[in-house]
Design a binder for this molecule. Structure first.
Ligand code: 1GP
Length: 239
């Protein structure tokens, strides 16, 4: 397994349906030190909004991946490095396991398989719009989260498992359970990271932290602190 994400500690997720803070540009956002930018959101997504952010972010020296939440928001462009396609392990509506994927492939003649990868989501915040949207069963014990992670890696061959608490800081026991369950797959954690400490904490229970709302609510300086937290969590302690 050799996807670029195996080298990442921090991903910044930009929601094309939300604005940057006043006075900030995508150049500021790209200069936060994040390892990669994901462009995607759950609600209000269109191809136009996606294309605008991809065009703006793709000019800088940081990899950009689109994360389309539905087939209508897929953008083909040389400005991004690839496609990270969510598969929701605990979705109640199978649309979000294989149905939307089938429709995308049926309707899109230009799928670029060489740059297309999947993320196996385990959605755990019932208040998040992604939970409502996918009708996810978020009422899971740590051993169930671990089993979903193991199923993703070993039954479905997923290289990325993504524990998603979008909007709130997650239960570290459950995140760690997913982490412990994986052999080679990379564990992404996202949800509620808002400062150095929360970034460092969640980075110590996962491989890659994903920071989303903070860039829209607080801006690039706050994101930079989370990059430092993630990097420090991965730095071996010197005796
Ligand atoms: C959302 O996991 C990401 O998909 C990040 O969550 O917006 O809560 O940072 P936040």
């Amino acid at each position: 397994m050799s996807g670029p994400w195996t080298e990442w500690d921090h991903v910044l997720k930009i929601d094309p349906d939300k604005s940057l803070v006043d006075g900030e540009t995508f150049e500021d956002v790209a200069a936060t030190g994040t390892d990669a930018i994901e462009v995607g959101g759950t609600t209000g997504m269109t191809e136009e909004k996606m294309a605008r952010v991809v065009d703006a972010c793709g000019k800088y020296d940081v990899p950009v991946y689109i994360e389309p939440s539905n087939p209508a928001s897929v953008v083909h462009s040389d400005r991004h490095d690839g496609y990270l396609i969510p598969v929701v392990m605990n979705a109640g509506d199978v649309t979000w396991i294989t149905g939307a994927h089938k429709e995308w492939i049926r309707l899109d003649d230009d799928v670029d398989w060489s740059r297309t990868f999947t993320e196996a989501y385990i959605v755990l915040n019932p208040e998040a719009s992604v939970a409502t949207y996918t009708q996810a069963n978020c009422d899971l014990e740590a051993d169930e989260v671990a089993a979903y992670a193991e199923a993703a890696e070993h039954l479905l061959g997923q290289e990325i498992v993504y524990v998603e608490y979008s909007g709130t800081l997650g239960d570290t026991e459950k995140v760690q359970a997913a982490h412990d369950a994986l052999d080679d797959a990379t564990l992404f954690y996202g949800g509620g990271i808002h400062d150095y400490d929360s970034a460092r904490q969640m980075a110590s229970h996962s491989d890659v932290i994903v920071v989303g709302d903070l860039v829209h609510d607080e801006g690039a300086d706050a994101v930079r602190e989370t990059v430092e937290g993630a990097k420090d969590a991965k730095t071996p302690v010197q005796d």
